[in-house]
Design a protein around this ligand. Sequence first.
Ligand SMILES: NC(=O)c1ccc[n+]([C@@H]2O[C@H](COP(=O)([O-])OP(=O)(O)OC[C@H]3O[C@@H](n4cnc5c(N)ncnc54)[C@H](OP(=O)(O)O)[C@@H]3O)[C@@H](O)[C@H]2O)c1
Length: 279
Amino acid sequence: MIVGFIGTGSMGSILIESMIKTQALHPGQIVAANRTLEKAEKLAAQYPGLQTAATNREAASRSDILFLCVKPKQFKEVIDDIKSEVRESQIVVSITSTVLIRHLEEHLPCKIAKVIPSITNYVCSGATLTMYGSRMAQEDIFMLEKLLRHMSKPVAVSEEYTRICSDLSSCGPAFVAFFIEEFINAAVKYTGLPKEEATRLASEMVLGTGLLLTDGGFSPEKLRERVTVPGGITAEALRILSLDLEGTFERLIRTTHNKYYDELDIVEGLLYNPAGEMD
Ligand SMILES: NC(=O)c1ccc[n+]([C@@H]2O[C@H](COP(=O)([O-])OP(=O)(O)OC[C@H]3O[C@@H](n4cnc5c(N)ncnc54)[C@H](OP(=O)(O)O)[C@@H]3O)[C@@H](O)[C@H]2O)c1
């Protein structure tokens, strides 16, 4: 089986490296194309056997499964490049929330899947969100999920919830990292604790908290209650935190959704109005 990647930027390269590191694929099973070819060539130098393709068409013609790892505005150009090459038996996988399954089914004759990875997959952790088009047979789903399972937990979601699930699963690491950054900076500023020490403690804490919530049998509520002694220090800190955060997550979700719908309009403009502007 040959797995192709168009786009070896941040997410494309994370997927490639994770699949190699976890031995889901050996480098010889991967073909990579990128607008700036040097980026794909760098991966090929790092992982001997990994093949590069000089064009998107070539990557498409050589792949059984083809991951499209480009940004929403770049999809139209990639679809135009590959559509004459794609075969009905191939699986094309989009990793972009604003490119809908029906967009790809309307423009390409092959099987379509949407998979939203997360940076957590780089350490073989976290979920990949999965959604499948009507042409995907059970054995296609099985084959794709077998690949994904090496580096993540595939979680089937309904496409109408793509945005909110991506907020939780894929944007979440950035939100949590920001929270931790602020916590560390305040700790250093207020107490003089060395930043390295604060970072180490906070990072170990996040890892342990994640394990308690996944394997440890705790819900977020149960965990909070377990740590919080009524009238104690944590309880007082949480009272302040909840006052300060009031409405924050509603505003955050409203913002990501507004941006999603703006981006969806742009993608549809480009896909269905060929005169539309391109990135
Ligand atoms: N980052 C995340 O955590 C994350 C998580 C889940 C999903 N995603 C989704 O993944 C997609 C890619 O995001 P990213 O962060 O990886 O973006 P990125 O770092 O900008 O990578 C995009 C890559 O696509 C290449 N490219 C652009 N147009 C191309 C074309 N016509 N043909 C071939 N290659 C082309 C770019 O090449 P150049 O080198 O020439 O710029 C770049 O290397 C986005 O839709 C994003 O929503 C990202």
